[in-house]
Design a protein around this ligand. Structure first.
Ligand code: DGL
Length: 267
């Protein structure tokens, strides 16, 4: 089936998931929506995040996508259950895939979740992991400094990143957890620094790989994979200023062909 896969995030973070979908499923076309105008979602009331997410996914559904990937933990924690009921196409989030990946990788069943405030308060990772394996102990930490580092294009400044990581993570250096979940799709852009900060001693989990696998399984089950490479380009829809988005997109995924649409929705 040649309709695109809809992927959404508050900003550029979901590109870390889109990149993995493109790697595992190169025949698929992606229609990506970045809600930059209202980013960050992570410090807003959950009801507001839910409303924004529904506006974005309604937009993607109107564009004719064949499934939706909520490539944003905050939006997943706030709205996934609602969206699963709302549409008759498959909708998946990034929290269950991230939880499964942590369970596969942790030996001592002690996991740290780094995420936005909304995701931490929702305890969605704790529920997703303990539903599968109740032996796991989860410690969650909100990291409000991290998303602005990425969205404001400061993620390449090693000194600034190191300071922000130290201010946020210093009390976790001696933690016995062997696994850290990057519970926000912006954080994989800081993954190398986070790994180094813990001297490479902890598994660092990014849900992109497992989410792309889930996309693949769903398309196989529904016999809905794209019929072959047809030279199509991906489409990037940005609510707000596309300049910053395009800079990060070109830096992070220089190999892709895309068209860019700038739109203006929401107050
Ligand atoms: N990338 C999003 C997430 O995975 C959220 C960033 C934000 O808007 O606060 O949670």
């Amino acid at each position: 089936m040649d309709s695109p896969i809809g992927v959404m995030d508050s900003g550029v973070g979901g590109l870390t998931v889109a990149k993995e979908i493109m790697r595992q499923l190169p025949d698929e076309e992606i229609l990506y929506f970045g809600d930059l105008k209202r980013c960050p979602y992570g410090d807003r009331p959950m009801e507001e995040v839910k409303q924004y997410t529904v506006e974005v996914t309604d937009y993607l559904v109107k564009c004719g996508v064949k499934m939706i990937v909520i490539a944003c933990n905050t939006a997943t924690a706030s709205a996934l259950h609602l969206l699963e009921q709302r549409y008759d196409i498959p909708v998946i989030g990034v929290i269950n895939p991230g939880a499964r990946s942590a369970i596969q990788n942790s030996i001592n069943h002690n996991v740290i979740v780094l995420a936005t405030k909304v995701t931490v308060d929702s305890e969605a990772y704790k529920a997703a992991i303990q539903d599968i394996n109740s032996d796991f102990k989860i410690y969650s930490l909100a990291c409000p400094k991290f998303v602005p580092l990425v969205e404001e294009m400061r993620y390449k400044d090693k000194v600034i990143v190191r300071i922000a990581l130290h201010q946020t993570l210093k009390h976790l250096v001696g933690s016995k957890a062997d696994t850290i979940i990057l519970g926000c799709t912006h954080y994989p852009l800081l993954a190398d620094e986070i790994r180094d900060y813990f001297n490479g001693r902890k598994n660092v989990i990014d849900s992109g790989y497992e989410t792309a696998r889930e996309v693949s399984s769903i398309l196989t089950f529904r016999k809905a994979h794209a019929s072959g490479r047809t030279g199509k380009t991906h489409t990037m829809i940005v609510n707000g200023d596309s300049g910053r988005f395009e800079y990060i997109l070109n830096d992070w995924m220089p190999f892709i062909e895309y068209t860019m649409e700038e739109i203006d929705i929401g107050g």
